[in-house]
Each structure stands twice: as C-alpha cells, then as structure tokens.
Write a new protein. Sequence first.
Length: 193
Amino acid sequence: MDTLEAIATRRSVGRVKPERPPRELIEQILDAATRAPNHFLTQPWRFFVLAGQARAELGQVMANAVRARLPEPESPEARAQLEREAAKPLRAPVLVVVAAEPSADPRAVEIEEIEATAAAVENLLLAAHALGLGACWMSGPVLAAAALREALATPPTLDLVALIPVGRPAETPAGPPRRTLEQLLVGSKDVDE
C-alpha cells in the first residue's frame, strides 16, 4: 500500500476481532510511530502496550475517574455509563497508551513535544492500517489522565495523548463525509503575482 492510499483509506476501526495480533506487528507499528518528525530530535513519545488483564484494570481506573465526576453515580444511567467506560480498553486485544515526555532540552517547547507525539500517533495508525490491523485514536480517556498515570506508574510529567485499541478489523467502516479543500482553504498567496 502506498502512502497516499494509506492516508486516503485509513479509518477509525472501533470493532476488532478478539485474537491478539502477533508481537512483531505491534513492534512494527511502534517503530513507525518513532519515525515521526520532532523538533530538536527530542523523541518525546512514550508507549505502554497493554494486553490481557491489564486492559481490564485500566478500564476500572477509567470508570473510577468518571465516577468521581458524576453527580449521581448510583443511578441506572450512571451505572451504564461506568460499565461502558470500564469496557473501553477491552474493545481490542491490545491497547497502546501514548504519552509525551517533556524534554530537558531548554530549546524544546512543550506544545511541540505534544504535537510531535500526535504525529507519532498518526504514523502508528497509518502503519496499523497498512499492515491490515484496525485501530482508533481514543482521546476521551485522557480526561482521567492523573488516575491513568498512577495506574501505569508513570512520572507525573508525562502528558497522555492517546489510547489506541489495536486488533484485526471486524468491520470496514465507510469513510466519513469530508469537507472539500475549497471549504477548508482560508487563503492562498503567490508572491510572483
């Protein structure tokens, strides 16, 4: 699959098969992630790969963080929401947690580190697609960042950027509607005119 085809055909795959992809494929997508551009070559991305029971434990941490924000955590609606939250990491046999670590390089700017890590996430998603895997970028659980950092035993300085469930696709989602380039282009200037 060439690069433009991978970009054009990649989709967020929310439903995957239960069997775990081979370790070699997971390592390939992580390697692709590390090829992302990053200012001053700080390589700020950090990865946690979770499988098996570790995913359920993380789901419980996420549910507990949501519970703390609910006005009526024992209502039927809240219980259903908490069950959905706890199940999120279980939607795929592998969960990749991606975080950005601030650089000690005084020239590095924090937002650049997060942007570089986001570029690494996109590389990971494109590589997964090119290798026949399904994945999606879950940013919502980042709301429970403090609890997730504690559960993963990470330094408090890490910024969580994404949770990415990975597996063999159980669906092929249609492409979402996209705005045209004309709708998105806010300006163009040619100095030779």
